[in-house]
Design a protein around this ligand. Structure first.
Ligand SMILES: [Zn+2]
Length: 363
C-alpha cells in the first residue's frame, strides 16, 4: 500500500556513537533505587524557575511548591546557536529573579540528556550535540541547575500537581506535531538504562507505512499526532470530496494550508468530516496505548499537548480502541485514559519542581 514491504526499515546511522557505550556506573538495583528516592525532597521549600525551550519560543516562570506560576516571561528561540540560547536563559533568569528569591533553575528541552543530567546528547530543534549545558549554565548563572527532557518534565508536573496525582505507575503522552512520552513510576521519572526511554511515538505501528523523521516507516506519531491529522485532512481536501467543502472553504480553497489545529477547530464547531478525521486519529491513539499497556501496565495514561484541545472528540475514540485492543481484555483491570490538567505550562512547572526536589541530579 505504501510501496515498501512490511518490516523493511532504514538501518541505524553508522559511525561511532557520540556517547559512551555504558553511561553511568552500575546497573540499577533495589538499593540504588531506594537511595534515589531518599534524594527526593518533595517537601523542600523555596521558589524555582522553570524554563521550557521549544523550537519557536522559550517560556519561563517562577514556580512555587504548589506548582503555581507566580510570574512568567517569554522570548523567541534565537535560531539554533547554542550560545545564543544560553544567553536567552541568562536574561530570563535575571528578569524573573529580580523580584523573587530563587533556589534553583530547571531547564526542559526536547532531546536526549545523559543519565547524569549534565549533557544534552541530541536535540532535534536546536544545535545541541553532546553539549555540556549544565556546566555552561552553572558558570553563567551561579545557581543549581537541573536539566531534563521536556516530556519528562511535563509528566512530573502532571504527577505532582495535575491529572496524574496519586498514581504509582503513570504514563504521559504529549500529542503535538509528533508524540512525546514519559513515565513516572513509584515516584520517579523512569528514563531507562541509557536515559532515552519514552520514545513511544516511534513504536512501529504500521510496518511499511508513512515515512517518519526518525528514518523508519510506520511510526505511531505518523498516525496519532497533530501532523497526522493535518496530513489526512489535506489528502481528503485535495481529493475534492464533497464532505471536505467546509474544510476547503476555511482555507480559501488551498488544501496545503490545512493544519491539525484548523481541523480540530472545525471539528469542535461541529463539522462532520473533521470529526471523522479526529475519530481516526483517536483510534490510532488507542491502539498505541494498548501496545504500551501490554508492555508497561500503567494505572493511568495522561494525554497532553496541543491536540488535546479536541477533548472528548479525540479521547473517546481512543478509549474505545484501547478497550478493543488491550491484551487480556475482560480478564484484567484496564488503565484509565485522561486529559492532562496543566496545559502548555506543564513542562516549565515540572522542570522547576524537579530542580527543587531532586537534589541528587543538580549537583
Ligand atoms: Zn519514527
Amino acid at each position: 500500500m505504501y510501496g515498501t514491504s512490511p518490516g523493511k526499515q532504514a538501518g541505524p546511522p553508522t559511525g561511532p556513537a557520540p556517547w559512551p557505550k555504558r553511561p553511568g556506573a552500575k546497573p540499577s538495583t533495589p538499593w540504588r533505587r531506594k537511595v534515589f528516592r531518599e534524594h527526593l525532597g518533595l517537601q523542600r521549600a523555596g521558589l524555582a524557575i522553570g524554563i521550557d525551550i521549544g523550537g519557536t519560543k522559550v517560556a519561563a516562570g517562577v514556580v512555587d511548591t504548589d506548582g503555581q506560576i507566580l510570574s512568567e516571561a517569554r522570548r523567541s528561540t534565537p535560531g539554533s546557536d547554542p550560545r545564543a540560547v544560553e544567553q536567552v536563559i541568562v536574561e530570563l533568569v535575571a528578569e524573573l529573579g529580580a523580584d523573587h528569591r530563587i533556589r534553583s533553575v530547571g531547564i526542559g528541552a526536547a532531546g536526549w540528556m545523559d543519565l547524569d543530567g549534565g549533557t544534552v546528547l541530541f536535540s532535534p530543534h536546536l544545535a545541541w550535540r553532546n553539549e555540556p549545558l549544565r556546566a555552561n549554565l552553572q558558570r553563567l548563572l551561579r545557581r543549581p541547575i537541573f536539566l531534563t527532557n521536556d516530556a519528562d518534565a511535563a509528566a512530573w508536573a502532571e504527577w505532582r500537581f495535575g491529572a496524574g496525582q496519586g498514581e504509582e505507575r503513570l504514563v504521559c503522552i504529549t500529542l503535538g506535531t509528533g508524540i512525546g512520552g514519559a513515565m513516572v513510576l513509584d515516584g520517579r521519572v523512569e528514563r531507562g538504562r541509557f536515559g532515552v526511554a519514552g520514545e513511544f511515538g516511534h513504536q512501529i505501528i504500521m510496518p511499511g507505512g508513512h515515512r517518519c523523521e526518525c528514518g523508519n516507516r510506520g511510526c505511531w506519531e505518523q498516525y496519532a499526532s497533530g501532523n497526522a491529522l493535518g496530513r489526512e485532512a489535506r489528502i481528503l481536501a485535495a481529493a475534492n470530496s464533497p464532505v471536505a467543502q467546509e474544510l476547503l472553504a476555511a482555507v480559501g480553497g488551498r488544501p496545503d494550508r490545512i493544519t491539525g489545529a484548523i481541523v480540530t477547530e472545525l471539528a469542535l464547531a461541529g463539522d462532520a468530516a473533521c470529526r471523522e478525521l479526529l475519530d481516526e486519529v483517536g483510534e490510532w491513539l488507542g491502539l498505541g496505548l494498548a501496545n504500551l499497556a501490554a508492555a508497561l501496565d500503567p494505572g493511568l495514561f495522561v494525554i497532553g499537548g496541543g491536540l488535546c484541545s479536541a477533548g472528548d472528540l479525540l479521547v473517546e475514540p481512543a478509549r474505545k480502541a484501547f478497550a478493543r485492543n488491550l491484551t487480556g481484555r475482560g480478564f484484567r483491570p484496564a488503565a484509565g485514559i485522561e486529559l492532562a490538567a496543566l496545559g502548555p505550562n506543564a513542562g516549565l512547572i515540572g522542570a522547576a519542581d524537579l530542580s527543587r526536589v531532586s537534589r541528587r541530579l543538580r549537583r
